[in-house]
Design a protein around this ligand. Structure first.
Ligand code: HEC
Length: 169
C-alpha cells in the first residue's frame, strides 16, 4: 500500500482503537478449542498466518501475513482487526456487515472507495461470538507464546503429527 494510504489508515486505526481493556481471565478450554477450530477451518486464518500463527502461510498464493505470536496488539484491537480487516492490505474483514453501517472505523464501502482502499474477501464471515472465540484461542495459544516448539506442537495438535517432526524444543 502506498505511504499516503498507510498513514491515513494508521490514523483511522489509532482513532478507532484508542481504548484498551483488560485481557480475558480464566478462559474456558472449550472456548479455546472452538476458537482453534475456527482459526484452522471455517475462518481459514492459517492460509495466510500459518497453522501456528507464525506467518508461515499454508498457501503460497496468499499474501504475506504477520507473525501473530509476536503481535503486540491488545484484545480489543485484535477483535477489531478480525471484524474489520485492514483496508488496503491483505487482511480481510470477517464481519458480514463490516463496511455497511460505519461500525468499522466509522467507514462505509463508499468511503473506502473514495480513499482508494481495497478489501480482500474473507474465506467466510464470522458472527461476533465466533470472533471472540478466535481471540480466546489466540491469547491462550498463540500471542506472546514464543516460537513454536516440538512440545507446543504436540500439545497444539493433540499428538505427534507430521507437522511437529522438524521442530526442536
Ligand atoms: C488472505 C490472507 C489473510 C487471512 C485469511 C487472514 N489474515 Fe490476518 N492479516 C493478513 C495480512 C496481510 C495482515 C497484515 C495487514 C497489515 O499490513 O497491516 C494481517 C494482519 C492481522 C492481524 C494484525 C497483527 C498485528 O500484530 O498487527 C491480526 C490480529 C490478524 N491478521 C488476525 C487474523 C485472523 C484471526 C484471521 C482469521 C479469522 C486472519 N487474520 C485471516 C492476511 C490475512
Amino acid at each position: 500500500m502506498s505511504f499516503l494510504k498507510a498513514s491515513l489508515f494508521a490514523l483511522l486505526l489509532a482513532a478507532a482503537t484508542g481504548a484498551s481493556s483488560a485481557q480475558a481471565q480464566g478462559v474456558d478450554p472449550a472456548d479455546v478449542a472452538a476458537g482453534m477450530r475456527l482459526f484452522r477451518a471455517k475462518a481459514n486464518c492459517q492460509t495466510c498466518h500459518g497453522w501456528a500463527g507464525d506467518g508461515l502461510k499454508m498457501d503460497s498464493q496468499m499474501p504475506d501475513a504477520p507473525n501473530l505470536r509476536e503481535s503486540q496488539l491488545d484484545r480489543d484491537t485484535i477483535v477489531t482487526t478480525i471484524q474489520c480487516g485492514r483496508p488496503g492490505t491483505g487482511m480481510p474483514p470477517f464481519d458480514r456487515l463490516a463496511y455497511s453501517d460505519g461500525r468499522c472505523y466509522q467507514m462505509k464501502a463508499a468511503d473506502l472507495d473514495k480513499s482508494g482502499l481495497t478489501l480482500n474477501d474473507p474465506p467466510a464471515t464470522l458472527a461476533p461470538r465466533e470472533i471472540q472465540l478466535i481471540a480466546d484461542f489466540l491469547f491462550a495459544k498463540v500471542i506472546g507464546k514464543g516460537a513454536m516448539t516440538r512440545a507446543l506442537c504436540v500439545e497444539y495438535w493433540g499428538g505427534d503429527v507430521p507437522a511437529c517432526k522438524d521442530l526442536t524444543d
